[in-house]
Design a protein around this ligand. Structure first.
Ligand code: CA
Length: 660
């Protein structure tokens, strides 16, 4: 008699519940600390548990498949029993139910809703039903021996490459078979040939470039693409719309219908990356959910989001809702989820989307949990200060609060905007385009010391990422009248500043081959979140053109130089301060500094101007050799400085690096 069509989650919201969720009374009564929410296998039983303190009844409904469209027959309905702290549980026979699918039917008064399990670890197509899957069957051979290849690497040694899974392989010129799939990230021997020239693509390209960490845009199950459809070049999404936080996205697997396939394929992919010396960073989006109909909101109405007494969702994320991370059971859910990815999938780092919406206590709990899994898992995020309706008096994980968190790094918009101009004003120029207003900011940035940071290991230096325009397009937009060659020089200057700065080095995939995002009207695309493959895919065929190959070689040279030069990668602020000194230059466009320690020294010079300049080096340059000059970068010396020289001549938009 309770069976009704699914209702809108809003119909379940009660003002009196919303008003008490963040009170001490509620949290004392209902905070559950067990680690067994969701499904656990034990002997012949499958245990199912969910947290739903205000429900009047909860049942598990079982189905043969995970597809709600084609399979509506309920095989079984098992009533759950309410226990302590608002947790409902049931025990099911493993023999009968293993590998079948389930959801929860939850009753509040006369309202009934169905919900996926927020703790689901495997789901059917489109993530509506969870699966009773014993995860050990998804482990590839050798999984127990799988390790982070850069486990002991100091954070300031890391070189992070930010990529969308699909962009890597979608273009025909990738030569990759598993287009748009996890497995496409790890095909080897792929290349593109035109005439006499052959270039490496895919994983071989990544290895050639020399990055240490592959940061993948969100790959937990997201909501905006229909997984049941055939691969469609027009249907694309970045994936910042999480649906099931503990499950891989189905469109990246070769079979989204069978819950175990995506789990196994992602593990295989991570294992192969590890075997090729590359660590994996996961972009995680706990600050908001795909929409309000999020499954946890059906189990505990309106609990998961920051919502006002008038039932208006806080929207600091600009995605329609903000997660109430400060509530105990949300905080626990996030920490459980991050820990799960680190343990089950061997993830080596986490990038927190809009981390400034997450509270400091939750970030510190995540840090503590990850330290218990493995040492040295990197955490970084967007510490932007955003307006959000926080429900408790707690601090948020913004740049200003870096001092309240241990080993949580943040993106430096200071260096990003100083280099190329504000990302919010498309024609605003930065240092590389001759603008001098942020030169002092840039000097702090190259020392890994924007005002909010205590140490360079907290600072992620970058000039572009998936957001906004690509670096090369931004340069074009604010310099419409200059030639391609001149734009290339600015692009090289931009990445040079990032690679030579103290801190963590980060780059956007394709930056090294002048990535551009242009739509069918010839317009540059900012925020290509829903653009087609033709806009987003990396065009490997560009690499055969000499001017693109030249830029790529410059990136490779800088990466090698950074790896070879300890003085560019100090882990602590004291080392930077005692080693770095700036030279006076006769023009504000010219920045020049020396890094010196224990008899070794490096001199770095940037010229953002359109004309050449001379830099006086009083103590002389005897014994120095050039590693970056005249548009080339190398880990081995390009040439020696003539003896008796005490000045450096630096051309327009040029970088010079000397080492002794
Ligand atoms: Ca999905």
């Amino acid at each position: 008699m309770f069976f009704m069509a699914d209702i809108n989650v809003r119909d379940l919201y009660r003002k009196e519940w919303i008003n008490c969720y963040s009170t001490e009374e509620f949290e004392n009564e209902y905070t559950y600390t067990g680690n067994d929410l969701g499904v656990t296998f034990s002997g012949e039983e499958i245990y199912v548990k969910c947290w739903s303190p205000y429900a009047d009844a909860v049942s598990v409904r079982v189905f043969l498949t995970g597809d709600v469209k084609t399979d509506t027959k309920i095989q079984d309905t098992i009533a759950m029993t309410k226990g302590e702290k608002g947790v409902w549980s049931a025990a099911l026979s493993r023999e009968i139910f293993e590998n079948q699918y389930y959801d929860y039917e939850v009753r509040f008064g006369k309202n009934i809703v169905t919900a996926c399990d927020p703790y689901a670890k495997a789901v059917g197509v489109n993530g509506n039903r969870a699966m009773f899957l014993d995860l050990s069957v998804t482990n590839p051979d050798g999984w127990d021996e799988d390790r982070n290849p850069n486990q002991d690497m100091p954070w300031t040694d890391m070189l992070i490459y930010e990529l969308h899974t699909r962009d890597f392989s979608a273009d025909e010129s990738s030569g990759i078979k598993n287009k748009g799939k996890f497995l496409g990230l790890v095909e080897t021997g792929t290349e593109y040939t035109q005439g006499e020239i052959t270039v490496k693509t895919g994983l071989d390209h990544l290895k050639e470039l020399g990055v240490t960490h592959l940061h993948l845009l969100p790959f937990c199950d997201y909501g905006s693409l229909d997984e049941a459809l055939e691969y469609d070049k027009e249907l694309y999404n970045w994936g910042y719309d999480p649906l099931n936080y503990n499950v891989p996205e189905g469109t990246y697997s070769t079979d989204p219908f069978h819950g175990e396939v995506r789990v196994r394929e992602l593990k295989e992919t991570i294992q192969k990356l590890h075997n090729n010396g590359i660590s994996v960073v996961m972009d995680v989006v706990y600050n908001h959910t795909y929409n309000e109909e999020y499954c946890y909101n059906k189990l505990v109405p309106a609990y998961f989001h920051r919502i006002s007494e008038d039932m208006v969702n806080s929207d600091g994320s600009a995605c329609g809702n903000d997660t109430a991370t400060e509530r105990n059971m949300v905080s626990k859910f996030i920490a459980d989820s991050v820990e799960y990815w680190a343990r089950e999938y061997h993830i080596d780092g986490f990038r927190f989307d809009l981390m400034g919406l997450i509270d400091v206590n939750t970030m510190n709990e995540i840090r503590r949990r990850l330290d218990n899994v493995r040492p040295n898992i990197i955490i970084y995020g967007e510490g932007w200060k955003l307006d959000t309706g926080i429900t408790k008096d707690v601090d948020l994980a913004t740049q200003a609060n870096t001092c309240k968190m241990d080993r949580v790094a943040m993106f430096s918009d200071n260096i990003r905007d100083a280099i190329k101009g504000s990302v919010f004003k498309e024609d605003e120029k930065g240092y590389i385009s001759g603008e001098i207003k942020d030169v002092e900011e840039l000097k702090l940035a190259v020392m890994g010391a924007p005002e909010w940071a205590q140490t360079p290991a907290q600072v992620v230096n970058y000039t572009s990422c998936h957001d906004n325009y690509t670096l090369f397009d931004k340069i074009a937009l604010c310099n419409p009248d200059i030639s391609f060659e001149e734009r290339v020089k600015q692009n090289k200057l931009a990445i040079g500043i990032v690679m030579l700065s103290q801190g963590i080095a980060f780059m956007h995939a394709g930056e090294e081959i002048l990535r551009t995002k242009v739509d069918s009207n010839g317009e540059y695309v900012s925020d290509s979140v829903r653009s087609c493959d033709c806009v987003n895919a990396i065009k490997w065929s560009d690499l055969v053109k000499p001017e693109y190959m030249d830029v790529y070689q410059y990136y490779i040279g800088l990466v090698k130089l950074r790896k070879d030069t300890e003085l560019l990668r100090f882990p602590c602020p004291k080392c930077v301060k005692s080693a770095v000194s700036f030279y006076e230059t006769d023009d504000v466009h010219v920045i020049c500094y020396k890094i010196e320690k224990e008899g070794k020294s490096v001199i770095v010079a940037f010229n953002g101007d359109d004309i050449s300049h001379e830099i006086q080096i009083k103590e002389g340059l005897d014994g120095y050799q050039y590693y970056v000059a005249e548009g080339k970068a190398s880990a081995t010396p390009l040439k020696s400085v003539a003896s008796g020289t005490s000045s450096l001549s630096i051309c327009a938009k040029e970088i010079i690096v000397l080492k002794k």
